[in-house]
Design a protein around this ligand. Structure first.
Ligand SMILES: Cc1cc2nc3c(=O)[nH]c(=O)nc-3n(C[C@H](O)[C@H](O)[C@H](O)COP(=O)(O)OP(=O)(O)OC[C@H]3O[C@@H](n4cnc5c(N)ncnc54)[C@H](O)[C@@H]3O)c2cc1C
Length: 415
């Protein structure tokens, strides 16, 4: 089959990673191949359409927000930080706004402004974008690559795989990059839904949808052992738990785990102490009033009492020791048994992906196939909510583009 088009670089995927690489590649002639009819479908729904593209604070803090694999991004974030991202868009007429939690958005709160800026920057850089061009094959070819997309064949010296993960497959992220990477000999850590709510077995809190606990302590128990602990706002859904506390923690959660949640703002010891003190000093206080004064929403307190068949008006002094013990346990470490995590359809990110031990963290180049690069969520990296994922896509893409640029220059100068 005769190649129809040659480009110095082919980029598979027009998400934040692919578009940003195309935008900052300083030598014209690269081409992005995107399977959807439009670029950046997921970018457009990010941050509920407002695009929380990065987070404020020192760049060093970023690495703590990518679970155990954060260290891999150290060089990428140092090379292109959150401040660089804000500057990049600001210089192109898109100022930023930071919310009280440090999340950074375009001031217009329109994801479309970020997308427009990226596509315009690609145009200015001389990077083409071909849409409705699903790549079906990518292979080594002479000293470069051969890629088949939309019935056409393209060749290139460099290939950047920026196909994203598996979450929200309707946006085009269907895991194709994992298959390409495997064919190039790369290992792929089992992709799993991340940043997703969890479904709870024997769940009784469905009537509390919308109720949320501020900065709850969540303890992950597996095989009766405490695995880790996390704090964050936690809310109830129709069939389980959500909120930033659960969503950011979900990369660690598996079916069968127990999540012990502190539903109030006290640990068991101080809650029980308060209980006994109030009971001794003012035994007529109803149990419902006591729970409300301990910071529980009325609906949550009423639900817990109903579960234990305790009349909400029952005076504290009449609560039996056995009832008190069970209330202390439920209020301070309610055990929710995880049936499963919600799937890729609703997960905001994918944990797992192209194994980081086979990719150079200074350039995002494959350590197995020279000239092959990866950027964005296709890698075994997933960040917390708050702008960390899009920043990771930009920073990894920056390194890849920079390395490709240096290699192209070397060739021009006879290197
Ligand atoms: C609902 C939702 C909200 C989110 N909000 C935020 C947020 O506010 N802040 C944040 O930081 N992160 C957010 N994220 C996560 C963030 O959007 C992703 O981490 C980020 O888009 C990943 O960028 P990427 O370029 O690596 O991959 P993607 O954005 O997934 O882009 C990959 C592109 O590759 C294309 N592609 C795939 N296979 C092929 C193929 N075979 N041929 C050609 N093209 C292909 C896809 O169509 C897609 O356009 C959100 C995610 C979701 C689902």
């Amino acid at each position: 089959m005769n190649p129809e088009q040659h480009h110095h670089t082919l980029i598979i995927g027009a998400g934040p990673a692919g578009l940003f690489a195309g935008a900052v590649l300083k030598i014209p002639g690269a081409l992005i191949l995107e399977k959807k009819e439009q670029p950046g479908r997921k970018l457009m729904i990010s941050g509920t359409g407002q695009c929380n593209y990065t987070h404020a604070g020192p760049a060093g803090d970023f690495l703590k927000h990518y679970g155990e694999n954060g260290h891999f991004l150290k060089k990428a974030i140092a090379a292109f930080s959150n401040r660089d991202a804000v500057r990049f868009f600001n210089e192109r007429g898109v100022p930023a706004v930071t919310d009280k939690n440090g999340k950074i958005f375009p001031a217009s709160l329109k994801a479309g402004d970020i997308l427009k800026t990226l596509t315009a920057a690609c145009r200015n850089a001389g990077t083409g974008i071909t849409t409705s061009a699903a790549v079906t094959a990518a292979e080594k070819y002479e000293d470069g690559f051969r890629v088949t997309a939309g019935g056409k064949v393209y060749t290139s010296r460099f290939l950047l795989i920026a196909t994203g993960g598996l979450s929200y497959p309707s946006t085009g992220s269907t895991g194709d990059g994992y298959a390409f990477a495997s064919r190039f000999g790369h290992n792929v850590a089992q992709p799993r839904p991340a940043l997703c709510p969890v479904v709870i077995s024997g769940y009784t809190f469905g009537g509390l949808q919308g109720v949320s606990i501020k900065n709850a302590t969540i303890t992950l128990i597996r095989n009766r052992r405490k695995i880790r602990e996390h704090r964050g706002d936690t809310g109830f859904t129709r069939n389980g738990l959500t909120g930033p506390g659960i969503i950011d923690f979900s990369r660690f959660i598996e079916a069968g785990d127990i999540l012990e949640i502190q539903l109030g703002n006290q640990d068991a010891a101080s809650f029980e102490q308060d209980f006994l003190k109030t009971s001794a000093e003012n035994g007529k206080t109803s149990i419902l009033s006591f729970l409300k004064s301990a910071g529980f929403a009325r609906s949550l307190a009423a639900h817990l009492l109903e579960e234990e068949k305790i009349n909400p008006e029952k005076p504290l002094a009449e609560i039996s020791k056995a009832q008190r013990k069970i209330l202390v346990q439920k209020c301070c470490a309610y055990p929710f048994s995880v049936l499963h995590k919600e799937g890729f359809k609703t997960a905001m990110a994918t944990a797992g992906g192209v194994s980081l031990t086979e990719v150079n963290p200074s350039s995002m180049e494959s350590l197995l196939v020279p000239g092959l690069f990866f950027a964005g969520e296709v890698l075994d990296i997933d960040g917390d909510t708050g702008g960390y994922n899009i920043q990771a896509a930009f920073s990894s893409a920056w390194l890849a583009a920079d390395a490709i640029h240096a290699r192209l220059l070397k060739k021009e100068h006879g290197g």
